[in-house]
Design a binder for this molecule. Structure first.
Ligand code: NAD
Length: 490
């Protein structure tokens, strides 16, 4: 059955007359599994107006009451986790276990935002001058929005939504038009959780819908996650229109492997990092830089791991890696592998031209390893966003750290070693916001911010935890004088 994904505006499921619809496709089977509304500008304006109305009441609901529907949402998400995970696998391609994993990370953000009564406290000083006190309060902004990518259909909306509403804002989600069915399910639960109409809304669509949000004067803040060119564009347009913006972009994450690393553990973790979610993670390891003898030991073991990975439909038993998101994405990844080859890399494991029995029409790229990638080549710097690991080889840790830092992105950098001093030096010198030490996917827990740097992030405050609370509130400083002599005697 093909499902129609509509908008959720003012507490109602709505569709716009005469609007266009886009097919939603299961990337493992290439079957059309749904249709999503492309919301026109005037309907976006209705959602913003409804959010603005809701905000007038919601901001005065005491914070301890505002978090009650979030508690309910947490339990609803737990209860429906398997159903949501199946939806993620069917529209996004990742395995069922990966889908459950991303939901758990999303739910953690709901849990952390339930701490808003403590997290959004201000601070004060008595007697900053004689008889004068000074206080800092945090107040919500108004209508805020998040524009999210295809690769984490549940977790990434939940990086923003709970903090935005716990702090008293009204929130509009614009999910990726390639994976809208998860948000639809999420909003069915949001409806049951008991938020007042207009506090949390869903508008579907692509670029035109995003532009309508970026241009609307009542939208006060924009959170974005996606590719770097779009992140840069959204950041520029939102800030030119006077809005707060936090825009997370793409990545090309380097990982150093020292010869003293535990090679069995390193290989297992690196294979999960590079090939998990078919390499479609902004924290996927995409460049491995071996030092010294690790060149031989790691190259051999990661090639074995790549060949052995079980590729298939994510709801089938034992499958370790699903398809990539679209046919166009498959073609782009394959052409980047060919480009790497032309630039002098050896294709040590080739994942092109492969299929999966019973799913021949799916968008399959198997794990691929490019060896001896030239650090100066274009492929060494291009985000592939597929299951492709590039290997480079360095003679020393100095050379390896230089290769780590010689790049425009700065989402994540990792090191595998048993040498504490080497790890400490790397931690200090690596030019990236998320650092892993014997970790392959350095994804911060919900109570830490997600700190991409450089071309991986445009803005100041990041997603999650205190940064989320600060992003969605503006500070007001009150200086007050109450002279003792005014103290009436009753
Ligand atoms: P994308 O940039 O194509 O799309 C992201 C969102 O922007 C979607 O909602 C889409 O509808 C919208 N959009 C697309 N083109 C637009 C345009 N021209 N104008 C306005 N809006 C537009 O990204 P994607 O392919 O969905 O996701 C993959 C990318 O996201 C990768 O580059 C990945 O590294 C990045 N990503 C980054 C993080 C992070 O935290 N830094 C996390 C996940 C994904």
């Amino acid at each position: 059955m093909v499902e129609q994904v509509r908008d959720y505006i003012g507490g109602q499921w709505v569709e716009a007359p005469d609007a266009e619809w886009l097919n939603v496709v299961n990337p493992a089977s290439a079957d059309v599994i749904g249709k999503v509304l492309l919301t026109p500008r005037e309907v976006v304006a209705q959602a913003v107006e409804s959010g603005h109305q809701a905000f007038q009441e919601w901001r005065y609901v005491p914070v301890g009451e505002r978090i009650q529907p979030l508690f309910k949402l947490k339990f609803l998400l737990d209860e429906h986790i398997n159903d949501l995970a199946r939806t993620i696998t069917n529209e996004c391609g990742k395995t069922f276990a990966e889908s459950v994993g991303e939901l758990r990370r999303g739910i953690e953000n709901v849990e952390v935002a339930c701490g808003a009564p403590a997290l959004m406290q201000g601070y004060n000083n008595e007697d900053v001058a004689r008889g004068i006190d000074e206080h800092l309060f945090r107040q919500p902004l108004g209508v805020v929005t998040a524009i999210t990518p295809f690769n984490f259909p549940a977790m990434i909306p939940l990086w923003f939504l709970p903090y935005a509403v716990a702090t008293g804002n009204s929130f509009i989600l614009k999910p990726s038009e390639r994976v809208p069915m998860t948000s639809h399910k999420l909003f069915e639960l949001i409806e049951q959780a008991g938020f007042p109409p207009g506090v949390i809304q869903l508008v579907n669509g692509g670029k035109d819908t995003v532009d309508a949000l970026l241009d609307h004067p009542q939208v006060k803040a924009v959170s974005f996650v996606g590719s770097t060119p779009v992140a840069r564009y959204v950041y520029s347009r939102a800030s030119a229109n006077g809005k707060r913006a936090q825009c997370q972009g793409g990545a090309k994450n380097p990982v150093i492997i020292l010869p003293d690393a535990d090679m069995e553990m390193t290989t297992r973790i690196m294979a999960d990092s590079a090939f998990g979610c078919a390499g479609q993670r902004c924290l996927a390891a995409s460049v491995a830089i071996t030092v010294g003898d690790a060149r031989h030991t790691f190259t051999e073991s990661i090639a074995d791991a790549a060949i052995q990975r079980r590729v298939g439909y994510g709801l089938d038993e034992g499958v370790q890696m699903g398809p990539v998101i679209t046919d166009a994405s498959k073609a782009r990844i394959e052409s980047l592998i060919a480009q790497g080859q032309q630039e002098g890399a050896d294709v040590l494991v080739d994942g092109r031209n492969k299929t999966v029995p019973r799913y021949e029409r799916g968008y399959w790229v198997y794990p691929t390893i490019l060896n001896n990638v030239n650090p100066q080549s274009a492929i060494a710097h291009t985000e592939i966003f597929g299951p492709v690991l590039s290997l480079m080889h360095a003679a020393s840790i100095e050379e390896a750290i230089k290769l780590v830092n010689d790049r425009a992105y700065g989402n994540m950098a990792c090191i595998f070693t048993s040498d504490g001093a080497a790890a400490r030096r790397f931690r200090n010198e690596a030019n990236a916001g998320n650092i892993g030490i014997n970790i392959g996917v350095a994804a911060p827990m919900a109570f830490f911010p997600f700190s991409g740097w450089n071309e991986s992030f445009f803005g100041d405050l990041h997603a999650q935890a205190h940064h989320g609370i600060e992003f969605y509130t503006q500070t007001k400083v009150v200086v007050e004088r109450w002279p003792r002599e005014w103290n009436r005697q009753f």
